[in-house]
Each structure stands twice: as structure tokens, then as C-alpha cells.
Design a protein around this ligand. Structure first.
Ligand code: ADP
Ligand code: NI
Length: 223
């Protein structure tokens, strides 16, 4: 009975997310969510002791209240809270899911203030999300995002920014897609919370480094 309830809850969470993320054109669409959910299930399979319903639900929901996707974060959070209560999540589960999605994003770790430490469930979702920002998919998403926002592909005259606040990070006026790798994507491998994610990230890091090497050689006309 409990298992059936969990399946029904997850199906409802999936529907809720799908309805809100179908139209995204910045690389945060439902396909991203599906990959994050797949990643998190792989990490859960390593036996972490995490609560599976909370972890998988937070993976589905991690972008639905994000300030880059919704105009009114408070309204989106209220709507999500009501939905979770109606879907029979306990008060503790609702609180944990909201806490995870409010504190897991990369931009939250900027501004000098660290986001709150995450429970194991949140650490897994953060790792799963970060895995989808690196490797071949990460390369494709960065180019898709940069194209959407009119970033330059590359400009050797523009150096990657070393220290960034959240406002700097969201200021794309002097940003290039290639610099985004140095400002964020190449740093994610060492920021993974779990060893299982670190291991997957190591292979994906190689893919990005090879891409950057080849990109610069071709840019410079080196055959
Ligand atoms: P978070 O939700 O963790 O704050 P972001 O919104 O920064 O994450 O990133 C989500 C996706 O968009 C990632 O795949 C990331 O690489 C891409 N992205 C974010 N900023 C840029 C940028 N300036 N140029 C290219 N891609 C970007
Ligand atoms: Ni995400």
C-alpha cells in the first residue's frame, strides 16, 4: 500500500513539473528534468540511505520555483506547497523538499554567502543537476543557453571572471560561452558531494577539456 501511494505521488509530481517546464528555451526544459531524475536514481542505487520519495520528488521539482524561470518565486513556492500537501506529502517532507530546492543552485553559492548545508537527499539532487551541466550534454546546454541569450561564442580578448557575485554571474553582457566553462563548468567536478558523482564527473570533465583543446586549436587554425 505504501509503495502504491509513493508511485502515485511521484506520477503526480512528474505531471506537475511537466506542465510547468514544457516551454523552456534556455536548457532547463523537461528533458533536463528527466536526465536529472535518471542521474539521481543512479546515485540512489549506490545505497546512500537517502529517502527515495523526497530525493526523486526534489529532483523533479528543483527548477520549478527558480528565479530565472518564474517571475514570482513566492507565488510559485506557495503553489508548489499546496500541490505537495494535496498530494499527501507530510509536513516534514514538504519542508525538506522546499529547503532543498531553495538552497541547491550554483548561483546560491555565489555572493560570498554559502547556501545552507544540504541534507543527503539534497546533496544527491545537487550532484545529479550538476552532472547534467557537464560532459557532452553540458557542452550542448552551454551553447544552447548562450545562443538564446546572445552571448558571443568566444573572444580571446575577454578573460574569464575569477570572482563573481550572483549579479555578475547573471550579467551576460561581457560573457562568452567558452568562458562559462572556466567560470563554472570545469569547477563542478570538485564540488560534487558524493563519490559516485565524482566518479561520473571525472569522465565528463575529460570530454569538456578535450572539447576546449580542440576548439582552441581549430580557432587558431592548428590542424
Ligand atoms: P543553477 O540553476 O545551478 O544556478 P544555472 O542557471 O547557472 O544553474 O545553469 C543552468 C544551465 O545553464 C547550465 O547547464 C549552465 O551551464 C547554463 N548556463 C548558465 N549560465 C550560462 C552562461 N553564462 N553561458 C552559457 N551557459 C550558461
Ligand atoms: Ni536543473
Amino acid at each position: 500500500m505504501a509503495l502504491l501511494e509513493t508511485d502515485t505521488q511521484l506520477a503526480a509530481v512528474q505531471q506537475f513539473t511537466k506542465a510547468r517546464m514544457a516551454d523552456d528555451e534556455t536548457g532547463h526544459g523537461y528533458d533536463h528534468i528527466q536526465r536529472v531524475v535518471n542521474n539521481v536514481k543512479q546515485l540512489l542505487a549506490k545505497g546512500t540511505g537517502a529517502d527515495q520519495l523526497v530525493t526523486i520528488s526534489a529532483a523533479y521539482l528543483h527548477d520549478v520555483t527558480d528565479d530565472k524561470l518564474v517571475e514570482d518565486v513566492n507565488a510559485a513556492t506557495d503553489e508548489l506547497t499546496n500541490f505537495l500537501k494535496e498530494t499527501h506529502f507530510s509536513e516534514d517532507q514538504v519542508a525538506e523538499i522546499l529547503e532543498i530546492i531553495a538552497n541547491m543552485s550554483f548561483s546560491k553559492s555565489l555572493n560570498g554567502q554559502n547556501a545552507k548545508p544540504l541534507p543527503i537527499e539534497g546533496q544527491l539532487v545537487q550532484d545529479a543537476d550538476r552532472l547534467d551541466a557537464i560532459g557532452a550534454i553540458g557542452i550542448a546546454r552551454a551553447i544552447y543557453f548562450g545562443g538564446h541569450f546572445g552571448e558571443k561564442l568566444y573572444d580571446p580578448e575577454i578573460a574569464p571572471r575569477v570572482e563573481m557575485t550572483k549579479a555578475d554571474y547573471r550579467d551576460l553582457s561581457n560573457e562568452t560561452i567558452i568562458n562559462h566553462f572556466y567560470e563554472k563548468l570545469l569547477k563542478l567536478k570538485d564540488r560534487m558531494n558524493t563519490n559516485a558523482a565524482k566518479e561520473i564527473a571525472t569522465g565528463r570533465q575529460k570530454t569538456m577539456l578535450e572539447f576546449l583543446d580542440n576548439f582552441k586549436d581549430e580557432w587558431d587554425g592548428i590542424q
